[in-house]
Design a protein around this ligand. Structure first.
Ligand SMILES: [Zn+2]
Length: 123
């Protein structure tokens, strides 16, 4: 999927990244360990993380860049109960951002396995 932008939209994208992107640090992308590729990009949106996680935070820009996506699902703006970061989800009751949800799920599995083991050891 190719998303093209004009200069005005590109500048908005850069502001959004600076403000909201969890992987952006001083011009660098923590994930890729190189300069943020999106920051050098004027006419298109390359970053999948940006499209999925950052762009929906700006509803107006989201609608401009992805006019078709709006109708398929409704997104809710939420604040993560664990890390207090803003995120969007299509689930009305979503409490945790995708990163924390994953962490919590793993933690729960670990606890369950541990509990199970404790029970076994008691006999
Ligand atoms: Zn979180």
């Amino acid at each position: 999927m190719q998303i093209t932008t004009d200069i005005k939209q590109a500048n908005k994208i850069k502001e959004l990244i600076k403000k909201e992107c969890a992987n952006y640090d001083n011009g660098q992308c923590i994930l890729l360990e190189i300069d943020c590729p999106q920051m050098n990009c004027m006419y298109s949106v390359l970053c999948k993380y940006f499209i999925n996680s950052i762009l929906p935070l700006d509803k107006e820009l989201y609608k401009q860049l992805l006019p078709d996506a709006e109708e398929t699902k409704e997104l809710y703006n939420k604040v993560c109960q664990s890390c207090n970061k803003q995120f969007t989800t299509d689930k009305k009751n979503g409490q945790y951002c995708p990163k924390c949800k994953d962490k919590i799920k793993k933690e729960k599995t670990r606890l369950r396995v541990q509990k199970h083991r404790d029970k076994c050891n008691a006999f």
